[in-house]
Design a protein around this ligand. Sequence first.
Ligand code: SF4
Ligand code: SF4
Length: 293
Amino acid sequence: MKGIIFDIQHFCVHDGPGIRTVVFLKGCPLRCIWCCNPESQILAPELMFDAEKCIDCKKCAVCDAIKFESTISLNRDLCNACGVCDEVCPTNALRIVGKHVEAREVIEEVLKDFVFYKKSGGVTFSGGEPFMQPDFLTEMLRISKEEALDVAIETSGFASWEKIERAIRYIDHVLFDIKAVDGEKHVLLTGVRNDLILENLRRISKEREVVLRCVIVEGYNFESEEDALKLADISRSLGIERIDLLRYHRFGEKKYRMLGRNYELKVRDTGLIHRIRDVLKKEGLRVSVGGLI
Ligand code: SF4
Ligand code: SF4
């Protein structure tokens, strides 16, 4: 069973208990306006171009999509992500992100870290949205359990219950992203409604321990302490005790340029994340602030 991934990261400590190897699956049905991994969104390989690394050697003049005038120009409409330019570029300025791999091959790579997991570490499947590739994901989960790995998943919860139900038996920990608590805001900020997400959260939380994760994008998904109270209500009603608040960051901005896309978000920071933390703590929840996604 093959699927498409865009990264495997080793020795991660913010993606489930202990030391973890994180497998990033490509493809996501959401378009969060603050997404820091835009290369995760499309379910296909894509070409990234880093102008800062280009030394103008012209070795990549191998197809109609790449032209040289005063400098290199890339016509993405003509690019089919064949990867030939990636192979000849000496500086890695041109790079294909996303590759098709066998489920077993991924887990063999993960198992190289087995000795570091000790009691609590393991593998985490992230994305994109892992449930965008349900058959590939379920096969990797099955093999992971066959190999006695501790398994976590990071999900937006936007998937049919049928896909989640098939996979849940192999999953030990669920890190569930909450993008926005208000339904209308959720549509505006991510492109999808949150009814299905909240219903899946309810169903998953009956079967597994769930940690909620929220990137606080001040003035966008969280505007005031009132949003924190709504989040506390959701958590308490489902018996969820822990929420990880994640700081918004702009590390993904350059990747938008490398994909030929714009990044327009202007976020103010008045310390709302700390006020939200305080509200949630007062409501009896276990809260951490930090981490990167
Ligand atoms: S990936 Fe292939 S099609 Fe796209 S620019 Fe490079 S050589 Fe041309
Ligand atoms: S091969 Fe790489 S370094 Fe050379 S011109 Fe093309 S993108 Fe730039």
